[in-house]
Design a protein around this ligand. Structure first.
Ligand SMILES: Cc1ncc(COP(=O)(O)O)c(C=O)c1O
Length: 438
């Protein structure tokens, strides 16, 4: 790390348990001792670190929070105008209603809306509503849904329950043991797995919670089958669209996948980096929210809904889903072509706007991934095995792929010479727990 960054990160580690507020922003996940832990300015995909280094972000790009790019001028203008009109008051802001109408227009199956200011808490609200609506406790989950007790409870009965849901090795420390058995996990895309889960838990299920698409697109007929299980068991079907939303469609990915849930949850891309979360749903389910105490001061401020309205307008105007998929697929193809050219074996995953890759070189994989990030950083790029496309990436893709070409060439050379490990200037990247999410 450069000097100012290293000093500040050392202070942070003494003051802030874990060093950062978001596990996925820990520099150790990417490139220990070298990754810029802090930024001073960011716009589009460009940023400046504390020591004045100019960098281009072709990595997780604020974990997918900014599909229009960092500091989008139109969204910022809407937020600044809202600040000038007063970001908070005793009465409510009218934009709450405007956004609710917009979200219901985009999702004709949905009739009511509640807000939060982050994804994880929006999921907690959705699950509370489902439990209140069904008078049942148990929840079935697939995928990552945040940090709250209701979700991590899955690991109380089986400490590895969430391992295959992007949360390997997470201890449910601090989660009340009385929640054991209230959340069960099932594997994505496997019709037999969901049928088994339903046979074991069916008449007790309050909700079936899953990302309609994240790691990959669902197999044909899968989501419809999950919806049928929901109808048969009386469980509320909740689609977590916090990462998939506003990328494959203006609104939920489920709109392109042909199955509507009872409740859908949005955050991240919906407001281009400003804190906002929304739970939308069918009236029969959502009305339970008025019988449950679900309330928070900052859920009533004005910047979140104003940012969301401006973001949705611009995503629509720019036909963002088409371009995000095109940009993501260009990156995926670029990785594959260059890996082939330099005789590196990689596999790719992820949906089109959010491609991922990993090296398949046995015990060298971790060192190769770390060296790749180091070689890219040396050329001024933040890069990693996951790419969250934004519209602002378009004009930087050629340069990023040229840099990838040089990085892959260097990896090939290091492999041939047996110098992969000794080429690293710091320790291997390690996730601690979660790798690329949240
Ligand atoms: C699918 C999904 N659900 C929930 C969350 C949690 O959202 P947040 O980090 O805003 O609390 C995330 C964040 O990565 C996510 O990707």
């Amino acid at each position: 790390m450069t000097r100012k960054t290293a000093e500040l990160y050392e202070r942070a580690r003494a003051l802030i348990p874990g060093g950062t507020q978001l596990v996925s922003k820990r520099p150790e996940t990417f490139l220990p001792e070298q990754w810029p832990a802090y930024y001073q300015r960011a716009r589009g995909v460009e940023l400046e670190d504390l020591d004045g280094r100019q960098l281009i972000d072709v990595s997780i790009h604020a974990v997918g929070a900014c599909p229009l790019g960092f500091a989008d001028p139109d969204v910022d203008a809407a937020v600044i105008a809202a600040i000038r009109r007063g970001s908070v008051s005793t009465p409510n802001c009218p934009e709450d209603v405007e956004l609710a109408e917009r979200l219901c227009d985009l999702h004709p199956w949905a009739e009511q809306v509640r807000y939060t200011r982050s994804g994880g808490e929006a999921m907690a609200v959705a699950v509370r509503i489902a439990r209140a609506a069904t008078n049942r406790d148990r929840v079935a989950v697939c995928g990552y849904h945040g940090w709250h007790d209701w979700y991590l409870a899955a690991n109380l009965a089986d400490p590895s329950a969430l391992d295959s849901h992007w949360l390997p090795g997470v201890e449910p420390a601090g989660v009340p043991s009385v929640l054991r058995g209230t959340t069960v996990a099932f594997d994505y895309g496997d019709i037999q797995a969901i049928d088994r889960m339903a046979a074991e838990n069916g008449d007790q299920l309050a909700a079936i919670v899953l990302e309609p698409a994240h790691h990959r697109l669902p197999p044909q007929g899968y989501l419809e089958h999950v919806a049928q299980v929901g109808r048969r068991t009386g469980a509320v079907l909740i689609f977590d669209e916090i990462t998939s939303g506003f990328r494959l469609a203006i609104g939920g990915a489920h709109q392109t996948l042909g199955t509507d849930p009872d409740v859908a949850v949005f955050a991240k891309a919906m407001s281009n980096g400003y804190p906002m979360g929304a739970v939308i749903g069918r009236r029969a389910v959502m009305e339970a929210a008025s019988r449950s105490f679900i309330s928070s001061t900052h859920w009533s401020e004005r910047l979140g809904p104003c940012a969301a309205l401006a973001t949705i307008d611009k995503l629509e105007r720019k036909n963002a889903p088409t371009h995000l998929s095109r940009i993501g697929e260009r990156m995926r193809t670029g990785w594959l072509e260059r890996a082939k050219k330099h005789e590196l074996t990689i596999t790719t995953g992820g949906i089109p706007p959010l491609p991922t890759f990993r090296f398949e070189h046995g015990e060298d994989c971790g060192a190769l991934a770390t060296l790749y990030t180091q070689k890219m950083l040396d050329q001024g790029f933040l890069a990693f095995g996951a790419f969250y496309a934004s519209l602002a990436h378009d004009s930087h893709l050629d340069a990023a792929l040229e840099a990838t070409d040089r990085a892959f060439a260097a990896l090939r050379e290091a492999l041939d010479r047996g110098t992969v490990n000794e080429s690293l200037r710091g320790p291997l990247a390690h996730s601690g727990s979660r790798q690329t999410r949240s």
